[in-house]
Design a protein around this ligand. Structure first.
Ligand code: IPE
Ligand code: IPE
Ligand code: MG
Length: 227
């Protein structure tokens, strides 16, 4: 039986380089990147196997960037959510997030809540945006909550307490932009993910390339420690 691409997770990297290669400001790359988010999400919603698409949009380490770039990303996200509401409704996509939203501007937090509320019944695809997300942070938060509740720490109890594990294990993990590292993304859920690294910068990535990755994934042998 061939592998099922139920959960696809993507580290959307290379926006800044895409813009710089064209003599544009880095933020232009983020703008183009938002268009790729739309096309890849729509593709995933029409794909027979993909149930969850998790996209790394802002890491707990991305606060280190210049304030101007961080502020731009916040505004872009707000604008994206407002503009795309109809796309989510049309394609029946449930919108979810992982990460600590409390550091985001109140207006953005409200927009995120509205989007979750309006799309919560949809079942074609769940799109999970990782926002102010870091795996180490969420594993530490889960361990802390277990300790405070005086519960045993085990793989099972951690699994149940880690915020992102409700979306299940990752089957395919893609990183665009040419670097081969995980940058603190879904470390727990990717224990047995199949990894794919592409040189393509995120604004140039497209559904055809994802389709190619899925067909390569089908050819791989997943053993999960067995033989
Ligand atoms: C990824 O693109 C988007 C975010 C991290 C928000 P980058 O902004 O990291 O682009 P590069 O890696 O500098 O090209
Ligand atoms: C990872 O990209 C985070 C996101 C795509 C949101 P980075 O550009 O922040 O990763 P590093 O710094 O190159 O590892
Ligand atoms: Mg980067």
């Amino acid at each position: 039986m061939s592998n099922i691409a139920r959960h696809v997770a993507i580290i959307m990297d290379g926006n800044g380089r895409w813009a710089q290669e064209r003599g544009l400001k880095r933020v232009k790359g983020h703008e183009r990147g938002a268009e790729t988010v739309r096309s890849v999400t729509t593709f995933a919603s029409n794909h027979p196997e993909i149930e969850v698409l998790t996209l790394y949009a802002f890491s707990t380490e991305n606060w280190k960037r210049p304030k101007m770039e961080v502020d731009f990303l916040m505004r872009l996200l707000n604008r994206y959510l407002k503009n795309e509401m109809n796309t989510y409704i049309k394609h029946q996509i449930r919108f979810e997030t992982i990460g600590d939203l409390s550091r985001f501007p109140a207006a953005l937090q409200n927009q995120i809540s509205l989007m979750k509320e309006r799309t919560k019944e949809f079942k074609r695809l769940t799109q999970v945006l990782a926002l102010n997300y870091g795996s180490q942070d969420e594993i530490a938060r889960a361990a802390k909550s277990l300790c405070e509740a005086k519960k045993e720490i085990s793989v099972k109890s951690l699994q149940e307490s880690i915020e992102s594990s409700k979306f299940g294990p990752v089957d395919i993990l893609v990183r665009t932009g040419g670097d081969q590292r995980l940058s603190n993304f879904l470390l727990w859920q990717s224990a047995y993910a199949e990894l794919f690294f592409t040189q393509t910068l995120w604004p140039d990535f497209n559904p055809d390339e994802l389709e190619t990755i899925i067909s390569q994934f089908k050819q791989r042998t997943r053993r999960f420690g067995g033989i």
